[in-house]
Design a protein around this ligand. Structure first.
Ligand code: SF4
Length: 280
């Protein structure tokens, strides 16, 4: 396989064995995303996957499947892939992957459960926001209710997932409402972790065109911090859930477990808002 393609992985998987499954993004239409622009979607042939595994370290304990949405290859290929991983890396206890709401919708709870039992233990899913109008504006391929439905399927299959949400995505003046609605969405299912990303306007994206036309104004730093605080205030997980803003795009780096660290995290954001107001 040509190495001339983009490879992205979550920061928690920085030291994980990376196994290419797809390249490019099958959807590739989210307004804010520049990651796979101009790159053709491709599924990596099993012969190439097998070669990577044969050359892998036998005692590998964790594997991350690379590609924008490896679950888009479908159940039969996912199961075959996990069986190959088990064959060549018998000590692997966790296979992790990005996944989209759309691709998960193609799996039944039973199929997700089979994949879990075959070693798929963690998904990273871009929910982005709990507002349908913003999902539509950003041309995401799902709705809030659709996302909750797929999240509940994963809960039923006991397949853990981290939820990626993006602050700033609703634009100037809408951050607090976006945070409230996003928290309401997350409160409807169980997720290991909320990972926040900070909206960035990348060159060559539809979002950049919207900004240039004056159709979208990103919120300022203080409004974004208030959005994080409002999100924290409204998150009410029914089981311990990590809240993590340490991804490099973020304007504040905090991490803790809800509910027990809630007050401390809110204080840290409030403290930063005070500082940012003084230095603005
Ligand atoms: S955000 Fe994900 S699904 Fe959307 S275009 Fe980018 S890689 Fe594809």
């Amino acid at each position: 396989m040509s190495k001339d393609y983009a490879v992205y992985y979550p920061q928690d998987e920085m030291t994980t064995f990376l196994l290419p499954v797809t390249s490019g993004c099958l959807y590739n239409k989210c307004a804010f995303c520049s990651m796979y622009k101009g790159e053709k979607y491709r599924e990596v042939p099993f012969s190439e996957v097998e070669m990577q595994l044969i050359n892998g370290y036998t005692y590998t304990e964790r594997v991350f499947l690379t590609g924008a949405d490896p679950l888009s290859i479908g159940f039969d290929r996912m199961k075959r892939l996990l069986d190959l991983i088990n064959k060549y890396l018998p000590y692997c206890a966790c296979v992790a992957s990005y996944a989209s709401i759309k691709s998960i919708s193609g799996y039944s709870v039973e199929e997700l459960s089979i994949l879990h039992d075959a070693g798929l233990r963690l998904l990273y899913i871009g929910f982005e926001t709990g507002r349908d109008d913003i999902l539509k504006l950003m041309n995401k391929d799902h709705t809030v209710n659709g996302a909750v439905k797929q999240a509940k399927k994963l809960n039923a299959a006991k397949l853990s997932f981290d939820s990626i949400i993006m602050y700033g995505i609703a634009g100037k003046g809408k951050a607090a409402d976006n945070a409230t609605e996003t928290a309401k969405m997350v409160n409807r299912f169980f997720t290991n972790k909320v990972i926040t990303m900070n909206l960035t306007v990348f060159h060559g994206t539809e979002l950049n065109n919207m900004v240039q036309r004056g159709d979208f104004t990103p919120p300022d730093k203080t409004e974004r911090l208030l959005e994080i605080r409002t999100l924290l205030e409204n998150l009410q997980p029914k089981q311990p859930m990590v809240f993590d803003t340490t991804h490099p795009t973020n304007i504040i780096r905090i991490k803790g477990t809800l509910p027990q660290d809630k007050e401390r995290l809110i204080y840290e954001v409030a403290d930063r808002i005070g500082i940012s107001k003084q230095t603005k």
